[in-house]
Write a protein that binds this ligand. Structure first.
Ligand code: HEC
Ligand code: HEC
Length: 353
């Protein structure tokens, strides 16, 4: 708004100055074309000027006074400009970011409200997790089955993936699932700007972190598990319940299969075939994420501490992990979602698969 007013004022000034200059040039040009000899009277340096008494009186004082006033304006205006400019720039960036969030929200909206329906599958505008109708085809028999595929919560997506990884998911989707590619490069309908605005929207719906000052905008920058304590408590309570009622044999196994927020906190949705549509096959036998059974995790990571750090940070594009692993950035990091204790329990369980 302020920027708009300033621009208008600048335009008016520019027009006035340009118009004044043109008028002056025209008048000057005309007077210069007067008959020969007239320049003797017209040339300013040939005209008789005011007497000393007149010149050094009020007139001089006025000129000096004007000079002081202009100096004062400069002296005050420059520091003021210097003081306000950084804030103005930051404000402009923030205002732009708000516009992006707003655009992103419109893309995120359900179909009925004109959006691309992220909200429809992922649990509304809050992105708290949902389900999507889908057909899975049995690769051997060709039999088609209608299922509901769990769509993970997105209000914690930056707790487990960084921005580039999320961008990759949005552009290329998860082509085997209801999550279609959205970016032009992946064959979807959105240009880079739209993907960027969606990412801004996703940032705006992240559940706030607790007790962690550093890197305010980056949920992953806390030193240990840093979900809000009520969610952390939910994860813990739910996992122990599943152990107590005999669904799973250990705390680690329960965490591996945990279904809070449509599997956002679990491993099984990527590592157990069929888990996402409620028809799990052999636990950890591999789906989108690799097969972890037969001691594969333990042989990929002979050093348990190394595996713990991998589960905490997830895989990074191109980076080595374990003995001969190279990450693709698609394995999320769990260090900001689970506590050290929980990660150790999961790792213990997975190494025994
Ligand atoms: C038809 C339903 C559907 C729509 C529409 C949809 N998604 Fe998804 N999305 C899913 C499903 C299902 C998954 C999980 C796929 C899997 O199991 O790997 C997913 C996964 C994701 C993931 C990865 C989450 C993770 O932790 O693995 C992100 C990010 C995501 N979607 C964002 C979006 C955004 C943003 C939009 C809107 C442009 C969108 N989705 C539209 C169903 C959908
Ligand atoms: C969003 C899907 C996803 C989730 C959720 C997920 N993983 Fe993974 N995981 C992968 C992918 C993909 C890889 C392959 C490495 C890569 O592409 O970077 C992988 C690799 C691994 C590996 C290395 C396997 C090898 O032999 O190289 C281990 C161990 C592992 N995951 C354990 C886990 C555990 C434990 C959890 C839960 C705390 C988990 N994963 C959750 C997708 C996932």
């Amino acid at each position: 708004m302020i920027a708009l007013t300033t621009t208008s004022i600048a335009w008016v000034l520019l027009i006035v100055v340009t118009a004044g200059f043109i008028v002056y040039a025209v008048l000057n040009g005309r007077s210069a074309r007067e008959e020969l000899g007239s320049e003797i009277e017209l040339a300013p340096n040939r005209k008789k000027y005011l007497e000393d008494e007149e010149l050094e009186g009020r007139r001089l004082e006025m000129v000096q006074f004007t000079g002081v006033v202009l100096l004062a304006i400069t002296v005050i205006a420059l520091p003021l400009y210097w003081v306000f400019e950084p804030a103005r720039q930051a404000g402009a960036v923030e205002a732009q970011e708000e516009i992006f969030v707003d655009w992103g929200e419109r893309l995120f909206a359900p179909t009925a409200e004109g959006g691309f329906n992220c909200a429809g599958c992922h649990g509304g505008y809050a992105g708290s997790g949902g389900e999507a109708a889908w057909n899975v085809t049995d690769p051997v028999t060709g039999e088609v089955e209608a299922v509901n595929w769990k769509a993970p919560a997105l209000n914690n997506i930056f707790y487990r993936f960084d921005e580039d990884e999320v961008r990759f998911i949005l552009v290329y989707g998860r082509p085997f699932s209801p999550m279609s590619p959205w970016g032009v490069e992946g064959g979807g309908p959105m240009n880079d700007q739209q993907i960027d605005t969606l990412i801004s929207y996703l940032h705006s719906i992240q559940i706030p972190r607790e007790n962690c000052g550093v890197g305010e905008d980056d949920p992953k920058s806390c030193p240990s598990g840093n979900l809000p304590s009520d969610i952390q408590a939910d994860i813990d309570t739910r996992a122990w319940q599943l152990v107590d009622d005999g669904t799973y044999g250990s705390y680690g196994e329960a965490l591996f299969n945990l279904d809070l927020g449509s599997g956002a906190y679990s491993c099984a949705r990527c590592h157990t075939p069929g888990w996402s549509w409620g028809d799990p096959g052999v636990t950890g036998q591999g789906a989108f994420g690799w097969n972890l059974t037969g001691g594969k995790a333990a042989s990929a990571f002979p050093d348990e501490a190394d595996m713990i750090s991998f589960i905490k940070n997830g895989s990074n594009y191109g980076a080595k992990y374990g003995i001969q692993g190279q990450g693709s950035g698609r394995m999320p990091g769990f260090g900001s979602m689970l506590t050290d204790e929980q990660i150790e329990a999961v790792v213990d369980y997975v190494r025994g698969l």
